[in-house]
Structure formats: structure tokens, C-alpha cells
Design a protein around this ligand. Sequence first.
Ligand SMILES: Cc1cc2nc3c(=O)[nH]c(=O)nc-3n(C[C@H](O)[C@H](O)[C@H](O)COP(=O)(O)O)c2cc1C
Length: 185
Amino acid sequence: MIIECILTTTDPEGQVNCAPMGVEWGEEIIVIKPFQETTTYRNLLAHAAAVVNLTDNVLLFAQSAIASPIFPTRPAEVVAGVVLHDVCSWREVQVETIERHEPRARITTRVVRRGFAREFLGFNRAKHAVLEAAILATRTHILPRDAILADFERLQVIVDKTAGAQEREAMQILTDYVYAALGVS
Ligand SMILES: Cc1cc2nc3c(=O)[nH]c(=O)nc-3n(C[C@H](O)[C@H](O)[C@H](O)COP(=O)(O)O)c2cc1C
């Protein structure tokens, strides 16, 4: 099963990077599959630890999908890394093996700490719609333009029906980004 998280990693100078990643979930082992051109991949090669942040705040997914924001964090408890401030729960992980597959590496990590901060609110269609929109926003250079625009139209209907303010804002910044990338006026 793939779980969508915000992965926090650090570079050799201690600079934090936040990126949405779908990770292969396990209680003891979590597999991260970053594309080789990502900062996440470079950081995991340089510093063998990360934090898998589980959050229902989809604005964090939207913002970190299209840019490199610096979110509020606090130090992790076991690994040299950081936990997002707005997290529901998290896993601190240590890298065990790196398989340098192209284009996506396969990085097997061991869970060394589990943390809990707050309740994860139940299913919400708008949150899922924003996640799908965020993935599309990272693939504007790969996927057909018309397919992306049709998906955004469909996802917007779900957001209009079921969103709160956070989901509406997240969808808006993703739409602005995608329209600019695809030259939609
Ligand atoms: C929900 C979601 C899941 C994603 N999963 C992955 C993934 O598993 N591997 C990957 O390389 N990129 C994934 N991406 C795309 C990266 O987040 C995106 O390329 C990002 O810019 C990488 O950031 P970085 O260069 O700071 O590491 C995902 C994006 C979203 C929105």
C-alpha cells in the first residue's frame, strides 16, 4: 500500500527539504521511491535519515508539490531530522539500502521512532481531489495538456462540493500554477 506523506530530509549543511512522496507502507520498513533528479534523493544519499510526516493538511502537499517552501518544524526525537509542526503522526526512519534504479531509486528504510501529535480527521473528498491535483501539477511536463485540464475541471467540482477553506486555497494555488505552466489564460 502506498501512503502519501510529506517527507522531510536534510542536506549535509542541515538545510531542510520538504516534498510530497508516496511511500510503500510497512510497520517496520518503509520504502521511499524518489526520482533521481529530486532533492529528496540527493539528501537521502548524503544523509541516511528522514521523517515520514502524515498530515491531513493538504495545503502543505500543494505548496511543496510546486515549490520548495520552508514549513515550521521541530527536531525529530531519534534521527537527525525534523518533524512538521502541522503533523498528525510521523515515522522517523533510517536508510538501510539504496537501489539506484532509473528513473526512480528504491530506498529501504527502517522505522526507528513513531510519534503522534493530533487526530487525523476522517475521509474528505476535497482533500483527495487536492492530492490528485498536486500530483498532476508535478507532471505537467509529462502528461497530455488536455488530460490535465479535463482532470482539473473534474476535481474542481469535488472541491466545490466538499472543501473547507484550506482545501479551496490549496486547489486555487495548484490551478494557478498548472494554468501558468500550460499557458491557459
Ligand atoms: C502526493 C504526491 C506524491 C508524490 N510521490 C512521489 C514519489 O513517490 N517519488 C517522487 O520522486 N516524486 C513524488 N512526487 C513528486 C515530488 O513531490 C516532486 O517532484 C517534488 O518537486 C520533489 O521535490 P524535491 O526535489 O524537493 O525532493 C509526489 C507528489 C505528490 C503531490
